[in-house]
Design a protein around this ligand. Structure first.
Ligand SMILES: [Zn+2]
Length: 1011
C-alpha cells in the first residue's frame, strides 16, 4: 500500500485496528445477522423489538449482497421513501389508515389529535428548529413532547370549581403543582370520546384474536383456560370459529385447553394425504396476520370500528384480565410490552383512562409465548369501567362489574398534567386540525427519512462480524452528525455485541467535519457529501452512500462526491463494497436513476394469488373508483383479477428479484422498489390511491408522490410558454391598481448596472397572482438617488379595488450584481419589509427558499459582522412553477356556471407590453451533458433580457417568505374580509366570472390580437 494513502489523521489508529482485526470473513450474511442481533428501540420504530427480515422479504437479497461472501462490489438501491425504511419511522403518527410520519403528512389526512381523537389535517406548519420544547407528562404516565407555544385546552383546578382555559405549554410549565406542599396538580385535560371508525374487514374475529393473544400458544391453535370458563367455547362459536374444550389428562390444577378450528385431526374425504390438510385454517390466518411467534395486535385491529376494538379488548380481558373487588377497576397484566402498549391504545380509543404500572412479578407471569416468563418484569394496566359497557364476555367476570350509577365517571374522564419540564429542542412541526379545540400534534423526535435499515444493519454487521474501515456518507455533515446521534448510537447501544466492540467516542471529534467510531478491527467514519475533507479522510473497504440524490453537485469544488468517496475503496479491489441508496428526484438530475439505469435493473416479482403469474408491481395496475380510494385493488397482469391488500403478505414471501436488463458493469447490481410493496399494516394500496387523488392537479405534490411513493423520477417540463398566447389572455385593469382578488402585495427587484427593475405582484387565494406595477428606476447601484427611489416604493401605496390602500408586504431584492450595495440599503431600510435574496441552481432542494442566514455587511466603510440577512432561493423551482402556472387555461367563457380560475393562475394586465412578456418567457429548461458525460438539467436564456422572469421569481420568493404558501383557505378569507370586499363582489371579480367581466376579458383578447 503506498505511503500517501496512510498519511491522514488517524492512520495510526487504523493500522492498529487492522492488525487486531485480520481474520477471515464470516459465513453469516447481513440479513441473518440482523435477524439474530438487531434490536429496534420503541422510540425509534413503529414496530419495535427484534428486527425481522421476514417482514420485508425483499430486503434479504439486497442486504446479503453486502455480505463479504457475495462477489458484487456495487449495490444500487433506488427506492420509495417509505419502503425499506419504515421500521424506523421515527416520528410515527398513527392514522386510521396506518402509520405516517410528521414529514409526510398532508392536508386532508386523518390523524389523532393530542387527546387521541380523530381529526382532519387542515394546515401544516413548516418544520421549526431550535424551538423551546417541553415534555408534558400526564398522570397516566404518557409523555408528549410539545412546542412551548402549543396551546392546550385545559381544566384549571386553582379553585374548587375547575375552569376551562386555553394555555400554552410554556405558560403552564412553571405552575403545574399548587397547594401549600406543592402536591396538587393544577391542570387536567379531558380524555377523548370513543373514536368512531369504519368497520374493518378482519380475517379473524377480534374477540378470537384477543383471547389467543392473551393466553394462546404462540405457535398453534391452543388456548389455555380455567375449567370454570369452558363457556369460552360458546363465545368462540358465536364468532364463527369451531372450538373444542379439552381437559388433558396431564393437566395441572384446573387449567384446560381450548382447541380452535381442530380440522387438522380429520382426514380429507377424498382421501388426500394428511399433510395437505394439516394446517388449521385458524393457524393459517394467524400466519397471515404475522402474529405467529410474534404476538402483537396488528394495525387493522387497532384501527377497527368501536365494536370490533371492544371485542378485541374483551378477548384479551377474558384471558388475561381481572376485575377488582370494588367491581369498577379493571386490570390487565402481561409481560409483553407490545401487548401492553396496544391495550393502552385500544382503551384510550374507547374513551378510557388506563394507568400503567411496571413491576417485578410476585407471581408467575406468562410471557408472550404463553410460557412462564424467565424475566420477572411485567406491566399492569388499570382503569375504571362499568357494567353498561362490559369488558368481558365470560359471565363469571362480567357479573362482578358494577353499574355506572354507583360510580363517579367524570373522575375517570380527565387526565391530570403531572409535570412539564424543558427538554432539548427537537425539530417540531405543528398540524392544524379541525378538532373542536384546534389543537396540535407535535413531533416526537422528528428525524428525516435519510436512512435505510439495510444500511444500518450492514454497519452493525461490519462492526460485529467483518470489521474493516467503513465510510458512511450523508448529504451534509450536519445530517451525518444527526444520523450518528439518532441512528448509529442507538444501533450500537441496543445491541450488547456491538456495545462491547465500539470504543467510547473521543471528544475531540466533536464539531469536526467527520465523526468516527473505532471498533476492534476497523473504524466507521461518518461524513457529509459537502465535505471534501471528510470524503478524502481514509481508505475504506466499505462505502455506504445514503440519499445520493440529495448530494451537492460538487464537494467543496473538488468534484463529484460519489466519485470522490468511491475512490477511497479502490485500494481494496474486489473486496470492496459500495452501497448507493436514494429516493430519486428529477429525471436528468437523479444520480440514483443514472446508476440504476446502468445496472441490471432488478425488480421484485411476486406471484398472483389467483393465477400464480409472476409480475412486478406497477402503479398503473392499481385501480379504484374515482374519488373512492378505499376501493383500491391491484389488477393481475396475467388474469386481470383483482388482488386485495391482505394477499400481499403471502405474495411478498414468495417473491423473487429478477434482472430486467443487462448491466453495463458486471460488478454492479441495481434494485428498484416502490411503496406498492409496503407490508400489510404500513402504507396500504388504499393510502397510495388516496395520496394520488390528493396530488392530482398539483405538480409539486405529484412530484413528491412519484419520488417518495413510487420511487421514480419526475419529468420537469421546462418548455417556455408561448408569449403570443399570453398576449391574448390579458385582462383589463389599470396600471398601479390591485384587482379585488389580490390580497397581498410583494415585489421583486432586479439590480442591473444602469437601473433597478421592480415588479409588484398581488397574490390571492390558491396563489393566483396579478401583475400590479412594473417600475424601472434609472440610475443603478452606484447612484444614491436610485436607492432613494427604491426606498420610496416601500412607503408608496397601491389602490385595491375596494378602495383600500395597500403597501408592499415584502420586497425581495437580488444580491447577485452589487452585493455590498444591496446589503447596505437593506440594512438601512430594515429587514421587516425587505429580503435580500441569492439565487441557487438545482432542483433537489427540500424547500425552495431557505434562510435567512446572517451575513457580514459593509456600511459606510465599516464592516458589520452578521449585519445583514440573506435568503437563498432555488430559482429553478419557481421558474418551473411560473411556467406551469402560465400554461394554465383560463375558465371556459360560460357566464352561467361561474367557473373558477385554477389555483396559481397568473393574471396579466392589458397595459403590459410584448417586450415584458418576452422577458417573462425568456428561458427554457434543457438537458445538457456535463464534462463527464452525465445529463444535467439547466435553465438557458433564449434571449438576452429576462428581467421580468427574475423579478417574478423574487416576488414569488417574497410571498413564500411571508408564508403565503401555507395559508389556509380561512386565512385568505379573513384577509379578504379585511378589505371589506363582500363575498359576492369578491367572487364576481376574481373567481366566478360574470357576464360583464367576461365580456371585458374577451374584448381585450380580441383587441390584442388585432392590435
Ligand atoms: Zn392472476
Amino acid at each position: 500500500m503506498p505511503d500517501d494513502v496512510l498519511g491522514f489523521d488517524g492512520a495510526a489508529a487504523l493500522i492498529r485496528a487492522w492488525s487486531r482485526g485480520l481474520r477471515p470473513d464470516p459465513d453469516l450474511t447481513v440479513s441473518s445477522w440482523a435477524d439474530r442481533h438487531r434490536k429496534l428501540a420503541s422510540r425509534a420504530s413503529a414496530e419495535p423489538g427484534q428486527y425481522r427480515t421476514a417482514r420485508t422479504p425483499y430486503m434479504r437479497e439486497i442486504m446479503d449482497r453486502l455480505s463479504p461472501g457475495d462477489a458484487t462490489q456495487r449495490i444500487v438501491f433506488m427506492k420509495a421513501a417509505q419502503v425499506g425504511a419504515p421500521l424506523a419511522l421515527d416520528t410515527a403518527i398513527p392514522t386510521p389508515f396506518g402509520w405516517t410520519t410528521m414529514g409526510e403528512i398532508a392536508a386532508g389526512d386523518l390523524v389523532y389529535d393530542e387527546r387521541g381523537c380523530i381529526a382532519r389535517v387542515t394546515g401544516l406548519s413548516p418544520v421549526f428548529e431550535d424551538r423551546a420544547c417541553f415534555a408534558v407528562v400526564f398522570d397516566d404516565g404518557e409523555e408528549i413532547v410539545a412546542d412551548g407555544d402549543h396551546r392546550w385546552a385545559v381544566w384549571d383546578f386553582t379553585n374548587d370549581q375547575p375552569v376551562a382555559r386555553t394555555l400554552t405549554t410554556a405558560a403552564m410549565a412553571s405552575r403545574v403543582s399548587i397547594g401549600a406542599r406543592g402536591t396538587r396538580r393544577r391542570y387536567a385535560i379531558d380524555c377523548c370520546d370513543p373514536i368512531e371508525m369504519p368497520e374493518q374487514d378482519l380475517i379473524l374475529h377480534p374477540y378470537v384474536l384477543g383471547l389467543w393473544l392473551g393466553d394462546g400458544s404462540s405457535i398453534m391453535n391452543h388456548i389455555s383456560v380455567h375449567e370454570e370458563d369452558a363457556e369460552v367455547v360458546e363465545h368462540l362459536r358465536a364468532c364463527s370459529v369451531e372450538a373444542e374444550f379439552r381437559l388433558p389428562h396431564w393437566r395441572k390444577g384446573r387449567i384446560g385447553n381450548v382447541v380452535i378450528d381442530p380440522t387438522f385431526r380429520m382426514r380429507r374425504e377424498d382421501g388426500a394425504s394428511l399433510s395437505d390438510c394439516f394446517r388449521s385454517r385458524f393457524v393459517t390466518r394467524l400466519r397471515q396476520l404475522d402474529v405467529l411467534d410474534n404476538k402483537h395486535v396488528p394495525l387493522p385491529y387497532l384501527r377497527a370500528s368501536r365494536t370490533q376494538r371492544l371485542e378485541l379488548v374483551r378477548g384479551l380481558m377474558d384471558s388475561d384480565g381481572t376485575i377488582g373487588p370494588d367491581g369498577k377497576r379493571c386490570e390487565f397484566s402481561n409481560a409483553d410490552r407490545r401487548l401492553i402498549d396496544a391495550m393502552i391504545e385500544l382503551l384510550r380509543s374507547l374513551g378510557y383512562k388506563p394507568t400503567v404500572y411496571h413491576g417485578k412479578a410476585r407471581r408467575k407471569v406468562f410471557g408472550a409465548d404463553g410460557r412462564p416468563s424467565d424475566s420477572a418484569e411485567y406491566w399492569r394496566i388499570s382503569w375504571t369501567a362499568y357494567a353498561e359497557e362490559p369488558m368481558f364476555r365470560l359471565s363469571r367476570k362480567r357479573a362482578r362489574m358494577r353499574s355506572i350509577e354507583n360510580g363517579r365517571p367524570w373522575k375517570s374522564r380527565r387526565r391530570r398534567i403531572a409535570a412539564i419540564r424543558p427538554v432539548p429542542s427537537v425539530p417540531v412541526r405543528c398540524i392544524e386540525v379541525d378538532a373542536p379545540s384546534h389543537l396540535f400534534l407535535c413531533g416526537k423526535g422528528w428525524i428525516p427519512t435519510h436512512n435505510t435499515e439495510a444500511g444500518n444493519n450492514w454497519i452493525g454487521f461490519v462492526i460485529h462480524q467483518a470489521p474493516g474501515p467503513m465510510l458512511a456518507v450523508q448529504p451534509t455533515v450536519e445530517l451525518a452528525k444527526r444520523n450518528s446521534r439518532q441512528r448509529i448510537d442507538p444501533l450500537i447501544d441496543e445491541s450488547p455485541d456491538l456495545r462491547e466492540r465500539v470504543k467510547p467516542a473521543r471528544s475531540r471529534d466533536a464539531g469536526n467535519t467527520m465523526l468516527s467510531k473505532e471498533f476492534a478491527g476497523g473504524i466507521l467514519i461518518m461524513t457529509g457529501a459537502n465535505s471534501a475533507v471528510g470524503l478524502r479522510s481514509t481508505p475504506a473497504r466499505y462505502i455506504f452512500l445514503d440519499e445520493v440524490d440529495a448530494y451537492p453537485a460538487s464537494a467543496d469544488d473538488e468534484g463529484d462526491p460519489v466519485t470522490l468517496a468511491e475512490a477511497r475503496s479502490l485500494t481494496f479491489a474486489h473486496r470492496r463494497k459500495v452501497f448507493l441508496v436514494s429516493t430519486p428526484t428529477i429525471r436528468g438530475l437523479s444520480r440514483i436513476e443514472r446508476e440504476f439505469d446502468a445496472s441490471d435493473q432488478r425488480r421484485y416479482f411476486v406471484p398472483c394469488p389467483h393465477c400464480d403469474a409472476m409480475q412486478w408491481l406497477k402503479f398503473e395496475r392499481l385501480r379504484w373508483e374515482k374519488s373512492r380510494p378505499e376501493t383500491a385493488e391491484y389488477l393481475c397482469e396475467g388474469c386481470e383479477r383483482p388482488i386485495a391488500e391482505h394477499h400481499k403478505t403471502r405474495m411478498l414471501e414468495r417473491g423473487a428479484w429478477c434482472a430486467t436488463a443487462t448491466a453495463a458493469d458486471p460488478i454492479t447490481v441495481g434494485y428498484h422498489l416502490s411503496a406498492l410493496y409496503s407490508p400489510v399494516g404500513w402504507l396500504s394500496w388504499q393510502r397510495i390511491a388516496r395520496a394520488h387523488e390528493a396530488a392530482r392537479g398539483n405538480d409539486e405534490a405529484m412530484r413528491a408522490f412519484r419520488n417518495t411513493i413510487l420511487g421514480e423520477t419526475w419529468m420537469e417540463s421546462g418548455e417556455a410558454p408561448d408569449w403570443q398566447r399570453l398576449l391574448g389572455l390579458k385582462e383589463d385593469w389599470r396600471a398601479g391598481t390591485v384587482p379585488a382578488g389580490g390580497l397581498l402585495l410583494t415585489a421583486g427587484a432586479d439590480v442591473q448596472k444602469d437601473r433597478i427593475e421592480v415588479d409588484v405582484w398581488a397574490w390571492g387565494k390558491g396563489l393566483q397572482s396579478w401583475l400590479v406595477d412594473h417600475i424601472v428606476i434609472e440610475g443603478g447601484p452606484g447612484d444614491p438617488a436610485c436607492w432613494q427611489k427604491l426606498s420610496d416604493l416601500l412607503s408608496r401605496t397601491w389602490q385595491h379595488a375596494s378602495g383600500t390602500q395597500m403597501t408592499i408586504a415584502r420586497l425581495a431584492i437580488d444580491t447577485g450584481y452589487e452585493t455590498a450595495a444591496v446589503y447596505a440599503w437593506a440594512r438601512q431600510v430594515g429587514f421587516a419589509q425587505v429580503a435580500p435574496v441569492k439565487g441557487l441552481e438545482g432542483f433537489n432542494r427540500a424547500s425552495p427558499v431557505t434562510g435567512p442566514t446572517f451575513v457580514d455587511a459593509t456600511i459606510a466603510g465599516k464592516r458589520l459582522r452578521r449585519g445583514a440577512r440573506l435568503w437563498s432561493v432555488a430559482t429553478s423551482t419557481f421558474k418551473a412553477e411560473t411556467y406551469r402556472f402560465l400554461r394554465l387555461e383560463p375558465p371556459e367563457t360560460s357566464p352561467v356556471d361561474g367557473e373558477r380560475f385554477l389555483p396559481g393562475f397568473i393574471h396579466l394586465p392589458g397595459w403590459i407590453d410584448a417586450e415584458w412578456l418576452k422577458q417573462l418567457t425568456a428561458e427554457q429548461l434543457v438537458t445538457v451533458k456535463t464534462k463527464r458525460g452525465f445529463a444535467k438539467l439547466e435553465w438557458q436564456k433564449l434571449r438576452e433580457r429576462n428581467e421580468a422572469l427574475d423579478c417574478r421569481v423574487y416576488a414569488r420568493a417574497a410571498a413564500w417568505i411571508l408564508g403565503a404558501d401555507r395559508w389556509s383557505e380561512a386565512r385568505w378569507e379573513e384577509l379578504a374580509a379585511q378589505f371589506a370586499v363582500n363575498e359576492s363582489r369578491d367572487n364576481a371579480s376574481t373567481t366566478a366570472p360574470q357576464p360583464g367581466r367576461k365580456a371585458q376579458v374577451r374584448r381585450i383578447a380580441r383587441s390584442s390580437y388585432m392590435g
